[in-house]
Design a protein around this ligand. Structure first.
Ligand code: SAH
Length: 220
């Protein structure tokens, strides 16, 4: 169950969180302002609401987690999303990252593998007034009918880069995906250049829940 009650106390705590993220190195104003705006506590189980503005990941049920705010900020900063761009997220989870992308002004598409989480996120985003197209399915295959995307963001740890995601990226586009083993993943940035060649850069290590599905990990 998520609860939604917004008070000046929550807003104050969010400003504190934004300062913490700034000190940890996040400098993109669009990202910081979006995190300041989205009520993260509304995306969490009511038992954890008091912890919503700590820089920590939390369980959202179904064995899944809402990413740590620093991770959300780091990925969103690398994404360089601009208003009006089409962005695909793999791993809707709680819907929190969708809300952040939507506040920045992206046209948001998001795929979730777990049906219960998909339905819950859909209801919640609707209730909170965020616009995103949500789909229940295997995100490792991308979203062919809506491709190409200016930006693609994967929020679960992958064993490899799914080819469909690279194919569904627009020329000049950016794909952010954590790739590694089941415990630790390196954050990769994949850019599709004007001549359609691919440039890959690697950033910090993170620890995500596994990306499942055809081109992800097997479920066990
Ligand atoms: N972005 C989320 C956190 C995601 S946790 C948030 O803001 O709350 C990772 C999510 O990826 C989980 O909900 C998990 O069910 C989902 N997932 C795992 N494999 C997937 C796949 N192949 N396609 C789509 N979603 C997947």
């Amino acid at each position: 169950m998520s609860s939604f009650f917004e008070s000046y106390k929550h807003r104050g705590m969010r400003r504190g969180l934004v300062q913490k993220l700034y000190h940890k190195g996040i400098r993109d104003e669009r990202v910081l302002r979006a995190i300041e705006q989205v009520p993260r506590h509304a995306f969490m189980d009511s038992a954890f609401v008091d912890h919503a503005y700590q820089d920590k990941a939390f369980q959202i049920g179904e064995g899944q987690t809402i990413s740590q705010p620093y991770t959300v900020a780091f990925q969103t900063e690398l994404l360089q999303l601009e208003p009006g761009m089409k962005v695909l997220e793999i791993g809707t989870g709680s819907g929190y990252q969708c809300a952040v992308l939507s506040v920045i002004g992206g046209q948001v598409y998001s795929i979730e593998y777990n049906q219960i989480l998909h339905e819950r996120a859909k209801k919640l985003l609707d209730k909170l007034g965020y616009t995103a197209q949500l789909k229940w399915g295997d995100g490792t295959e991308g979203w062919e009918a809506q491709a190409p995307f200016h930006r693609i963001l994967v929020t679960a740890g992958a064993p490899q880069v799914p080819q469909a995601l690279v194919e569904q990226l627009e020329v000049g586009g950016r794909l952010i995906i954590p790739v590694g083993d089941r415990e630790r993943q390196e954050m990769l940035l994949i850019e599709k250049m004007e001549d359609e060649t691919i440039r890959q850069s690697a950033f910090n290590l993170f620890s995500f829940v596994p990306l499942l599905g055809q081109y992800g990990w097997s479920q066990s």
